[in-house]
Design a binder for this molecule. Structure first.
Ligand code: PXG
Length: 464
């Protein structure tokens, strides 16, 4: 396979991009001045840009390319499916083989009685489905007043009006009239940033009990569901203290609140199990899935629904669906992705090889002067940058200033490591090899060193 892609000169591509392409979550005016980095191809864990740079993708695209880039099998399956049946809908009493087989496979992989799948085109759409489904479920059960969904601050559940409202990102809520009514946000279990003098375990318990407090304040008869990511991804890879999830499960059981686990990032091996819910040991009624379901090779998402909820929904017509619900090409690609994950025992590779090695190396970064906590579960990790580890201080500069400097150093060193505020995060393809982990860590360390030097020079090492 050639590694050279023919294309216009980078500056021309950038100029056209700036002229016509509106990027998501981007200040497009600023990007137009700078020019977007043009990615031209990828293989394994490595991206190539239009200048021929090879970049280690420690974010697996956007948390999704779990099996790595360049798997021809998925391209072949897509081409075959396009020739055979490129599209048909699943609305009017029709179905097709890819949707049937994928739903069956997902039901087999999902724990407990999560045996029913409602397909969507993305994680955002799936969470829109979930919001309507849980409210409709309670209405069908004769409890229409149970309509409030409790979520968490700093959660990410998508970018549509409903899923963005479910999410707890204040920057999103400030734009476009969100959140919609009947969504209630409680605090996140982020001990590093918000734990103060309490121990992580006491803090975790207290944050879980905020759920109980909210239910009691709002009224048990008004609350439909609690939605949460097993590990907060876009919020900065926030791992809850161990005391948190058992208490959340107890509260959901006690008050008959449906538990929605948003597995869009955690699902399909990211945490070292098939689902993050298994890693944190919870029993959700609904799971949101997307991303790793197809390893990002085709856009597809969905909701995995318990037998109990699905059987109630099945008693009437659920007036909801997307043109691309169960899209045959995306479904065929997802099935092939799941075949590879299973047959190549990718999750075994995570458990036995990649995650233990990455954990050791990642936690080793904790000796760096800039690094406070280094957290990692399976193949998602974060480090908190701090001017003072002992006091868990934040920087005097605006939140994100230092994280951005660090990210820019990473990018310059051909490593994609993201920043969320002043946390650095990784989520590499699950198939990453030990020697590639060595490269990742070496690049991260160099970038941290360069960032530290720059902070010193610019006088940015002050605590707030
Ligand atoms: N739930 C979770 C937990 C997610 O991480 C979505 C839902 C929405 O999925 P779609 O397919 O509609 O994007 C996501 C998506 C980031 C970032 O900055 C993360 C996501 C999307 C865009 C940016 O880390 N996650």
């Amino acid at each position: 396979m050639s590694t050279i892609t023919n294309h216009m000169p980078t500056e021309e591509l950038q100029a056209l991009d700036a002229a016509h392409h509106m990027h998501p979550f981007t200040c497009n005016g600023e990007l137009a001045q700078k020019g977007a980095r043009v990615i031209t191809r990828a293989d394994g864990v490595t991206l190539t840009d239009s200048e021929g740079n090879q970049i280690l993708d420690a974010m697996a695209g956007l948390w999704c390319v779990n099996i790595g880039y360049g798997r021809d099998e998925l391209a072949d399956v897509a081409a075959r499916q396009m020739r055979e049946l490129p599209y048909y809908n699943t609305f009017f009493q029709t179905t097709h083989r890819p949707a049937i087989e994928l739903a069956q496979k997902i039901a087999e992989l999902a724990p407990g009685d999560l045996n029913n799948v409602f397909f969507a085109g993305s994680g955002s759409e799936a969470n829109d489905t979930n919001l309507r489904m849980v409210r409709h479920y309670w209405a069908l059960k004769g409890k229409p007043s149970k309509s409030i969904v409790i979520s968490r601050k700093n959660a990410y559940h998508g970018s549509t009006v409903a899923s963005g409202s479910l999410g707890g990102m204040t920057g999103m809520h400030e734009q476009g009239g969100m959140p919609i009514p009947d969504i209630h946000h409680i605090n996140q279990p982020n001990w590093w940033a918000e734990g103060g003098d309490t121990s992580p375990e006491a803090f975790g318990l207290a944050k879980a009990q905020e759920l109980e407090k909210a239910i009691l304040e709002l009224g048990e008869d008004r609350v439909a569901a609690f939605i949460a990511e097993p590990i907060q991804g876009a919020g900065g890879v926030i791992v809850a203290p161990e005391s948190y999830w058992p208490e959340v499960q107890r509260i959901c059981d006690k008050y008959e609140i449906l538990l929605i686990a948003d597995e869009v990032i955690c699902g399909f091996g990211r945490t070292g199990e098939w689902f993050g819910s298994q890693t944190v040991n919870i029993r959700p009624d609904i799971m949101t899935i997307a991303k790793g379901l197809s390893s990002g090779y085709a856009p597809i998402g969905g909701s995995i629904v318990s037998d109990e909820v699905a059987s109630v929904i099945a008693t009437g017509e659920f007036n909801h669906g997307y043109t691309y619900s169960g899209h045959p090409v995306a479904a065929a690609v997802a099935l092939e992705n799941l075949r590879i994950l299973e047959e190549e025992d990718v999750i075994g590779h995570v458990q036995n090889v990649a995650a233990p090695y990455l954990k050791e190396q990642w936690e080793g970064l904790q000796d760096h002067p800039l690094v406070g906590e280094a957290k990692i579960v399976g193949m998602m990790g974060s480090i908190a940058l701090t001017p003072n580890k002992e006091t868990r201080a934040v920087f005097a500069a605006d939140t994100g200033t230092v994280g951005y400097i660090c990210r820019e150093r990473c990018f310059a060193n051909n490593l994609v490591m993201r920043h969320v505020g002043d946390r650095m995060i990784i989520s590499p393809p699950l198939v990453i090899k030990p020697e590639e982990i060595d490269l990742l860590i070496a690049c991260a360390r160099t970038s941290l060193d360069e960032c530290y030097a720059q902070l010193k020079e610019d006088g940015l090492l002050q605590s707030a």
